[in-house]
Design a protein around this ligand. Structure first.
Ligand SMILES: *[C@@H]1O[C@H](CO)[C@@H](O)[C@H](O)[C@H]1NC(C)=O
Ligand SMILES: *[C@@H]1O[C@H](CO)[C@@H](O)[C@H](O)[C@H]1NC(C)=O
Ligand SMILES: *[C@@H]1O[C@H](CO)[C@@H](O)[C@H](O)[C@H]1NC(C)=O
Ligand SMILES: *[C@@H]1O[C@H](CO)[C@@H](O)[C@H](O)[C@H]1NC(C)=O
Length: 467
């Protein structure tokens, strides 16, 4: 086939050459010959491509149903699944299509249960999928299976930390950033200000999501040679204005030994520390500074809420003054999410999902969560890697090759900002630095609030991001 094509191409180019140098009478005949040769060449090339056109079928592991008797399961699938249809449709209209291929997916129900999720992972393998999008809540055993099958697995949901280990999980990547990713940005900001000695305060609660983040921050501080002068914790969630302030004691125990405080907890707990420092008179001279860290996304619609307690409506002037000595790092807010949400809602009501929208009659749309964006990102990330592997002559069913093609890449997330995939195949997240500034509140009055002052950028996967 190949030699046949080559000789046709030769014929085609030589006839063109002749036509340009030969005399007028033979020109028409030569041109005709060239056109015929071109047509044969073209149709042969077309057939050649069709013969290799392939549909790549992904397995979508999702929890959208409850097992009989289970009334609690949240079923995240019913509020995000439209995102996979949207992404697959876009991929099929893009670069993959120009290569003559297309993408498709099979839905596999996990009921939010690990055993079902494992069984579905095996079942999809027998159905010859080229990779997995998912799983949802659990991923450790599923990830090991994907490694054994050498199939890529890109989770849009699971944040279990074991799967970051590429020794055991060489074919696993994820688009939902684990909470611990914020730690790198925290350390990078400290270094940007030459703050080499800190006292670290964090919420230490058995069910809290902050514990693993605190561990990661401590280990990265250690690697970066930043001295931790003291570590203190508080154990119950503090609601500023409603209970005794635990930071009064913590400040008393630490202020002699400290200039820079690093606090990890809910934003309204940070208010407690700021007020405690202010009341102790420590903020008057500008000798003390606080870096606040929270893992909940920044809310740009209410910048003033960060300077008071949760549920408190009244402004707190002491807190407003205290926040002059404060910077924060929060996950970046999503941008233009409403348009994306509308599209996802549209596809949710179509096959294969057919999830009804009870609010549709009234023109309302279902609230969709950030995981819809991560699901959408997972499909696009897979497609990009697949194209890269195909172009380099690799095997598309080689999970290691697909994940290698994903590591270290940057993409524009459906969240509206850029995200970097690190050396472990984990989305690095995108974080914003906030400082006190002036803002308009809901009543159109100018009040102080926390405003974005910068983001981080990443140049190399194994390095800390730059502020
Ligand atoms: C941090 O220290 C380095 C070297 O000592 C200096 O060049 C840099 O300007 C300092 N940065 C700040 C923000 O003080
Ligand atoms: C799969 O990809 C990896 C990494 O690119 C490569 O080292 C390996 O040889 C490939 N295996 C097969 C069977 O193609
Ligand atoms: C975060 O998003 C912004 C805006 O898209 C981008 O400039 C920046 O590089 C991103 N940061 C990282 C670490 O990817
Ligand atoms: C807020 O104030 C601006 C200028 O003072 C005005 O143009 C705008 O209409 C006001 N908005 C509301 C909702 O009152």
């Amino acid at each position: 086939m190949k030699t046949f094509l080559r000789s046709l191409a030769l014929l085609f180019s030589s006839s063109l050459y002749h036509s340009s140098v030969s005399s007028a009478p033979s020109y028409a005949a030569n041109k005709f010959c060239g056109v015929v040769a071109f047509l044969i060449f073209y149709s042969a090339a077309c057939l050649h491509q069709l013969a290799e056109a392939e549909t790549f079928t992904l397995g979508y592991l999702t929890g959208s149903q409850r097992t009989p008797g289970n009334l609690d399961y949240q079923r995240p699938g019913i509020t995000i699944s439209g995102a996979i249809s949207l992404a697959v449709k876009e991929v099929n209209e893009g670069e993959l299509r120009s290569l003559g291929h297309s993408l498709d997916f099979i839905v596999a129900e996990t009921y939010g249960d690990e055993v079902n999720s494992i069984r579905q992972t095996a079942d999809l393998w027998t159905r010859q999928v080229v990779g997995y999008i998912g799983p949802q809540e659990t991923c450790v055993h599923e990830g090991r299976m994907a490694a054994a099958f050498n199939l890529p697995m890109i989770s849009y949901y699971c944040t279990h930390r074991d799967t970051s280990n590429k020794q055991d999980f060489p074919t696993f990547a994820r688009t939902r950033p684990p909470d611990t990713q914020i730690s790198k940005s925290v350390v990078s900001l400290l270094m940007a200000f030459n703050w080499t000695q800190v006292t670290f305060l964090y919420l230490d609660h058995p069910d809290s999501l902050y514990q693993p983040v605190a561990d990661t921050i401590l280990s990265i501080l250690n690697c970066a040679s930043i001295t931790v002068r003291d570590v203190k914790t508080w154990n119950t969630i503090y609601h500023h204005g409603f209970m005794a302030n635990p930071f009064v004691d913590l400040v008393e125990q630490t202020f002699k030994n400290t200039r820079i405080y690093l606090i990890l907890g809910h934003y309204y707990e940070h208010v407690g520390l700021m007020v405690a420092l202010y009341n102790r008179g420590l903020l008057d001279e500008g000798d003390y500074f606080v870096l606040g860290v929270d893992i909940e996304q920044y809310d740009p619609s209410k910048p003033d809420k960060y300077l008071r307690g949760l549920l408190l409506e009244k402004r707190d002037t002491r807190a407003e003054l205290a926040f002059q000595s404060y910077l924060a790092i929060f996950p970046t807010a999503s941008i233009k999410f409403a348009e994306f949400a509308k599209e996802v809602n549209k596809y949710m009501e179509l096959p294969p999902f057919n999830f009804p929208n009870p609010l549709g009659l009234f023109g309302g749309t279902k609230q969709i969560s950030a995981e819809a964006a991560y699901l959408y990102d997972a499909v696009h990330l897979y497609a990009k890697a697949l194209i890269k592997v195909l172009r380099h002559g690799g095997r598309p069913r080689n999970g290691t090759a697909i994940i290698e093609a994903i590591k270290g890449t940057k993409y524009r997330s459906a969240m509206g900002y850029h995200v970097y995939i690190d050396e472990n195949g984990d989305a690095a997240g995108n974080y914003t630095v906030l400082a006190r500034g002036l803002t308009c509140n809901l009543k159109n009055k100018t009040v102080p609030g926390l405003m974005p002052v910068g983001t981080f950028s990443q140049t190399q996967s194994d390095k800390l991001p730059f502020f």
